[in-house]
Design a protein around this ligand. Structure first.
Ligand code: UDP
Length: 423
């Protein structure tokens, strides 16, 4: 099956370990999972590494198996022309102006017919009780599956201001899904044609035991970054994100320069190592930033995945969170934004663009700061650098809100309830 391959998960989840974050977690989950034991769930998405969906699936699939379900995860293989088309689709759905050209639409549908055929072969042998199609890339394959197996469409993007024409293009596929799951209630207004029973909201979550979310000592973090030239005696801010216009890395650089006028020794790290296969534009954005930073020795750009041979991606990401005084997520659109959850779990003060994903996680001034421009971001960074006690207070509240709302067990429980209704 050349255009679909299975992702093997090495992580082993021990459900009992999660009781340390909330008593009774294991018992509660096992109770919900009991009637689902042996149920087979097939997840399909575009990429096995790079980006939030892959991150989420690593935890979710491992968790579902630990609870007695049989969950498997497949990714599609496609030429770069396909990912260029789906990236454009993603951008349009997140509100970029323009339109999807007819050639791209045709190629998207043609590739999806092939995915559909491969998926049907997997369905015939694995006989899943439900198929979850993540995001629009393999969505049109639903044509081959609907009526034979219940399909859930899981949309992870920011759907607050989607391009109407592109939404109309994917509408017939969404209509075929038993359920369409999104990350924010505010998106529902754009889907009036989905019946209330068909639409669901599930907030994503992080796994506190994954390599990047486990605790790391501040000294260890400083040593890792020192290896790349970051000075541990000077203040550091960071954004951890793919180089993507929606993540506004240029806005982060502008905010950094504003703060640097007040704190001349300030350093900035932009960490965007995982150049995901479905993200062909990243290299261009990176070149723009490179031009803009004009050789500033206090800006550290991490974009070449080859450096992870020396320090694994997760260790570098974790170190950047831990070693930074302030974490920035200056996004303009964010379906949810796991990087914010990760930073908050590390107890960091976060300055975030006022996106729907940030509003779902941050209450302004209590567990983070919301901003609407690079100027505001710059001012927020200065305020936080000036007031370590305020920084610590935000960080503590941030960690507590993740513990209560955005850890894997809650997310898995929500999904199990969904499977119960669908499968
Ligand atoms: N990430 C990573 N290495 C990097 C940059 C990002 O592992 O160099 C991870 C990050 O830690 C997070 C995910 O990629 O787990 C990004 O998820 P998010 O939901 O924030 O954004 P997306 O990329 O899906 O838009």
């Amino acid at each position: 099956m050349g255009n679909i391959r299975e992702v093997r998960i090495s992580r082993k989840t021990r459900i009992g370990d999660y009781d340390q974050f909330a008593k009774g977690t294991e018992a509660g989950l096992r109770k919900i999972a009991k009637p689902l034991r042996g149920r087979r769930i097939l997840h399909v998405n575009a990429t096995a590494d790079g980006g939030g969906v892959a991150e989420l699936l690593q935890g979710q699939v491992s968790f579902e198996n630990a609870l007695g379900l049989a969950s498997r995860w497949f990714v599609i293989n496609a030429p770069s022309r396909f990912f260029a088309a789906t990236k454009q689709m993603h951008n349009l759905l997140q509100g970029k102006s323009g339109r999807l050209d007819e050639g791209s639409k045709r190629f998207y549908l043609e590739m999806n017919r092939a995915f559909g055929r491969s998926l049907m072969r997997i369905v015939s042998s694995f006989r899943p009780h439900a198929v979850v199609i993540h995001d629009p890339q393999p969505l049109a394959a639903i044509g081959a599956l609907a009526g034979k197996v219940p399909v859930i469409s899981r949309l992870h993007g920011d759907l607050l201001t989607p391009n109407t024409e592109t939404l109309e293009f994917i509408r017939p596929f969404l209509m075929k899904a038993k359920r369409v799951v999104m990350s924010n209630r505010d998106y529902l207004k754009n889907f009036p044609w989905l019946s209330p029973r068909q639409a669901d909201i599930i907030y994503p979550a992080i796994d506190p035991f994954s390599a990047k979310n486990k605790p790391m000592e501040k000294d260890a973090a400083a040593r890792i970054l020192e290896g790349f030239g970051v000075n541990p005696t000077k203040p550091l801010i960071a954004q951890i994100s793919r180089f993507d216009p929606w993540k506004d890395p240029m806005g982060v650089v502008q905010a950094y320069y504003r703060a640097k006028n007040v704190f001349p020794t300030l350093q900035l790290a932009l960490v965007g190592l995982t150049l995901a296969k479905d993200d062909p534009g990243a290299a261009d954005i990176f070149r723009q930033i490179k031009k803009h930073e004009k050789g500033d020795p206090d800006i550290f750009l991490f974009a070449d995945p080859r450096i992870t041979k020396r320090v694994p991606n997760d260790a570098l990401v974790s170190a950047a969170y831990v070693a930074s005084e302030v974490i920035v997520q200056k996004s303009i659109r964010e379906g949810f934004g796991l990087t914010m959850t990760e930073a908050m779990w590390k107890g960091k003060a976060l300055v975030a663009g006022r996106t729907s994903g940030a509003r779902a996680q941050i209450s302004d001034g209590r567990n983070g700061i919301l901003v609407s421009s690079p100027e505001e971001a710059g001012r927020a960074i200065v305020r936080l650098l000036r007031h370590p006690a305020f920084r610590a207070k935000l960080g503590r509240a941030a960690r507590e809100s993740v513990r209560r709302h955005f850890l894997m067990p809650r997310f898995v429980a929500d999904n199990l309830k969904l499977y119960k209704e669908v499968a």
